[in-house]
Design a protein around this ligand. Structure first.
Ligand SMILES: Nc1ncnc2c1ncn2[C@@H]1O[C@H](COP(=O)(O)OP(=O)(O)O)[C@@H](O)[C@H]1O
Ligand SMILES: [Mg+2]
Length: 296
C-alpha cells in the first residue's frame, strides 16, 4: 500500500545519504593521500640516493668478504625497489589536468605496445589489435592515455606467465548498449552520445571477486613486487578525461578491461574535459560509486 511505499522510499533515501557521506569521506582521504604521497616520496628519494651511492662505494672495497659483498648487493636491490615505489608514488600524486589534443587511438595503443614487444615475444604472448575504422580521433592527453595502456598491458603480461593472447579492440559504441550491471555511466547523457570503447583482454590467470573489488584501490596489489598504483593511477587519468574504466574477470580464463572515452562532436575543439573541474575533480563521480564491479 501507499504507506509502506513511502516507508521504503525514505529508507532508500537514507541509504543513499549514508552512502554519499561515506563516499565524501573516502574522496577527502584520497585527496590528502595524494599530497601526503608526494611529500613522503620527495623526502625519501634524496637520502635514498645517498644511501645507494654509499653502498656502491663500499661494495667496491677490495678487502670486502664475499658474504658482505652479497649483502651489499641485496641492499642495493632493496633500494632499487624503494626507488620504484617512490617513482610510482610521485607519478600517482602528480596526475595533472590532461592537456588535450586530437589523438588517433590506434597510434596511442601501438605506441604503448611497441615498448613491450620484446617482453611479449619472450613470454609467448600473441598480440591482436582490432581497430574500428569508424572511430574518429579523440580529444585526449596522449601521454597520459599511453600510460594507462602501458599499465594495462603490463598487468596482462604479468597475468600470463605461460603465454597467451592479448587482444586490444577499439570500437565506436552504439548509444543504446547497456553498461554492466551496477556501473554508473560517466555522463548523464551517456545513452544519447557515441563513445569510444576500448577493450583490453588477456587469457591470463584472472581474478576472483574479492580481488576484482579492490584492484582500483591505491596500494592494492597481489604481487610480491607490485606497488598497487598502476590501476588507481589509470582510473584517475581516465576519469579526468570524462571517461570510465571497469574490469571483468574469471579465474583461470582471463580478464577484460573496458575503457570508455567521450567522442568529440564533429567540429568540437580541444576544450578540456570536465571544464571547470579542479584537478582531480572527476574523482568523485565513479571513483566510489556503489555497486560497480570495478570501482570498489
Ligand atoms: N590483467 C590482470 N589479470 C589478473 N589480475 C590483474 C590484472 N590486472 C590487475 N590485476 C590485479 O590487480 C592488482 C592491482 O594492479 P595494479 O594497480 O596495476 O598494481 P600492481 O600491478 O603493482 O599489483 C594486481 O596486483 C592484480 O592482483
Ligand atoms: Mg600493475
Amino acid at each position: 500500500n501507499f504507506d509502506s511505499m513511502v516507508r521504503k522510499l525514505s529508507a532508500a533515501q537514507k541509504e543513499v545519504e549514508r552512502e554519499h557521506r561515506q563516499q565524501m569521506l573516502q574522496v577527502q582521504h584520497l585527496a590528502s593521500l595524494g599530497e601526503l604521497a608526494a611529500g613522503v616520496a620527495h623526502e625519501i628519494r634524496n637520502p635514498l640516493a645517498g644511501i645507494k651511492l654509499a653502498i656502491q662505494v663500499l661494495a667496491k672495497e677490495a678487502e670486502l668478504a664475499a658474504g658482505h659483498r652479497e649483502t651489499m648487493l641485496e641492499i642495493t636491490r632493496s633500494i632499487e625497489r624503494l626507488e620504484k615505489t617512490m617513482g610510482d608514488l610521485l607519478l600517482y600524486s602528480r596526475v595533472r589536468t590532461p592537456e588535450l589534443g586530437r589523438v588517433s587511438l590506434p597510434e596511442v595503443v601501438e605506441e604503448a605496445l611497441s615498448s613491450l614487444r620484446e617482453e611479449f615475444r619472450q613470454n609467448a604472448i600473441r598480440v591482436k589489435t582490432i581497430f574500428d575504422p569508424a572511430l574518429p580521433s579523440l580529444s585526449l592527453d596522449s601521454g597520459q592515455v599511453a600510460r594507462v595502456f602501458l599499465n594495462l598491458f603490463l598487468n596482462a603480461l604479468q597475468a600470463m606467465p605461460r603465454g597467451g593472447v592479448l587482444t586490444i579492440e577499439t570500437r565506436l559504441r552504439e548509444a543504446d548498449r547497456p553498461l554492466p550491471e551496477g556501473l554508473v555511466p560517466p555522463d548523464p547523457s551517456f545513452g544519447e552520445k557515441p563513445w569510444a570503447e576500448i577493450t583490453v583482454t588477456d587469457t591470463g590467470e584472472g581474478m576472483d571477486r574479492e580481488v576484482l573489488k579492490e584492484i582500483f584501490r591505491p596500494f592494492f596489489t597481489t604481487k610480491a613486487k607490485g606497488t598497487g598504483l598502476g590501476l588507481s593511477l589509470s582510473r584517475r587519468i581516465v576519469e579526468q578525461h570524462g571517461g570510465l574504466i571497469f574490469a571483468e574477470s574469471r579465474v583461470g580464463a582471463g580478464t577484460r578491461f573496458t575503457l570508455l572515452f567521450p567522442v568529440p562532436a564533429p567540429g568540437e575543439g580541444t576544450a578540456p574535459a570536465g571544464q571547470g573541474d579542479p584537478v582531480g575533480g572527476n574523482l568523485l563521480p565513479s571513483a566510489l560509486r556503489p555497486g560497480s564491479s570495478a570501482s570498489h
